[in-house]
Write a protein that binds this ligand. Structure first.
Ligand code: SAM
Length: 195
């Protein structure tokens, strides 16, 4: 049986709607932290104007590759191993689009900064970067469930935790990228789109 994430199944359609609005022109997309590959195999064939490169930490590729092999699509490129803080592992690009789902609260703050820095260096001038996940606003989680989730992450590993939306916006601003959209998603998540 292929590795399966219920969250990825629940959010794939709402993510598709946002990408249809923001990722309109043909181009190359890099997905960071592709996990089980459920987003790649669902979204890529529904966005045939994109060339889709999934990536995942090398140690986790074994959870990703079987689904990509089982559900190929014409516009799915071979997966690459990428740990965001490993500068040498980044593909040269340029990319027109970057997508990352439910990763910024798993990565440390330094890793998130690294991810934004490295991706923005490879993002084409008119490119777009979409980040899905739970965020804090005004210094606090938006709901009790997000607060509990944040607490549980920090108890598991102090480096993990929900990121402040304003801090993420500031990191993109460091690269001249502005927040183009902040969309409500299932289970109190958001998609932030930068360009
Ligand atoms: C909660 S999972 C989400 C997976 C998938 N995007 C999804 O929505 O189902 C978090 C993902 O972030 C990836 N990740 C965590 N730290 C990372 C890092 N430093 N560099 C690249 N990916 C990382 C993990 O390997 C994992 O696949």
């Amino acid at each position: 049986m292929l590795p399966f994430s219920q969250a990825a199944d629940n959010n794939k359609d709402p993510i598709l709607e946002v990408l249809r609005d923001h990722f309109t022109a043909p181009g190359e997309l890099l997905e960071i932290g592709a996990g089980t590959g459920q987003h790649a195999v669902w979204l890529a064939p529904r966005l045939p104007h994109l060339g889709w490169t999934p990536s995942e930490q090398p140690d986790y590729l074994e959870a990703l590759l079987p689904r990509l092999a089982a559900e190929p699509a014409d516009n799915l490129r071979p997966a690459i191993g990428l740990r965001v803080q490993d500068q040498a592992a980044w593909p040269a690009g340029p990319f027109d689009y970057v997508l990352t789902v439910n990763t910024f609260h798993i990565m440390s703050r330094d890793q998130v900064t690294c991810c934004i820095d490295q991706a923005c260096r490879r993002l084409a001038p008119g490119g777009r970067f979409a980040v899905y996940g739970p965020f804090r606003y005004g210094g606090r989680p938006t709901t009790d469930s997000n607060r509990l989730f944040d607490d549980s992450l920090r108890a598991r590993d102090p480096a993990m935790g929900l990121r402040d939306q304003e801090w993420v916006v500031a990191r993109f601003a460091d690269h001249g990228r502005a927040l183009l959209g902040d969309h409500a998603m299932p289970a109190n998540n958001r998609v932030l789109v930068f360009g």
